[in-house]
Design a protein around this ligand. Structure first.
Ligand SMILES: N[C@@H](CCC(=O)N[C@@H](CS)C(=O)NCC(=O)O)C(=O)O
Length: 227
């Protein structure tokens, strides 16, 4: 199996965690990425497989797929053990919905924090971006509060550990690395975050993100404050 990934691609990190949770061996090919140029140049294999030219792309024998959600569902169908999706229809749908929430809803405020790990803009532009980032932090803090309530006293979002936990973890983790809101006010979400950080599949991906940041990113003031 081959995974075309990116050093700081949050969608690719979802798949790396899922593959590790399912104990599936894979060769990882990292697409070139810099904070100034983004994903450039694009890998020919990625361009050939994905009309959007984005990572992640998974190649498994005859099967080549793009989009992290589609890839996760393929992995579940092709390699069902251990499961990453609940069996009953309603809980499975809730798990998919939470994955979408992480990928598409939380991404909006997260994007507004991303300039913090990029090289300095001129100070006027930076101040403008920071104003937007502060608004985004409020949105993220509200999202954390809603997730905290949703989680209640449970260890995972959908009964057993699932794809929803993976996707939500990545978004919460990226918020922390980009100096987003602390998890202190949302104690249940904070406990969940800490407990997932201890799982081996998550640990190695977190270490790699940290190393990629050291090599590629501007240090972010307030990163992981109270995480
Ligand atoms: N919905 C897609 C999003 C993939 C995506 O946005 N990938 C980013 C890296 S995290 C990328 O390759 N960006 C380069 C580009 O858009 O040109 C998924 O879930 O895989």
């Amino acid at each position: 199996m081959k995974l075309y990934s990116g050093p700081l691609s949050l969608y690719s990190k979802k798949i790396e965690i899922a593959l590790a949770e399912k104990k599936l061996a894979f060769d990882r090919i990292l697409a070139p990425f810099t904070q100034t140029e983004g994903y450039a140049p694009k890998l020919p294999e990625v361009l050939a497989a994905n009309p959007k030219g984005q990572v992640p792309v998974l190649a498994d024998g005859e099967v080549t797929l793009y989009d992290s959600t589609v890839i996760l569902e393929y992995l579940e169908d092709a390699y069902p053990e251990p499961p990453l999706f609940p069996k009953d229809a309603a809980t499975r749908a809730r798990c998919r919905q939470l994955e979408l929430y992480a990928d598409e809803v939380m991404l909006v405020p997260l994007k507004a924090l991303m300039h913090r790990s990029e090289p300095w803009e001129d100070s006027v532009r930076r101040e403008k971006l920071e104003r937007l980032a502060r608004d985004a932090e409020t949105v993220l803090a509200n999202q954390f509060a809603s997730l905290d309530k949703d989680l209640g006293g449970n260890p995972y979002f959908c009964g057993e550990f699932s794809a929803a936990d993976i996707a939500l973890f990545i978004s919460v983790h990226y918020a922390q690395r980009l100096g987003g809101p602390a998890l202190g006010p949302t104690a249940r979400l904070s406990d969940w975050y800490r407990s997932l950080r201890g799982r081996p599949a998550f640990k190695s991906v977190i270490d790699e993100i940290r190393n990629a940041d050291r090599a590629l990113s501007r240090p972010v003031a307030g990163a992981f404050k109270g995480a």
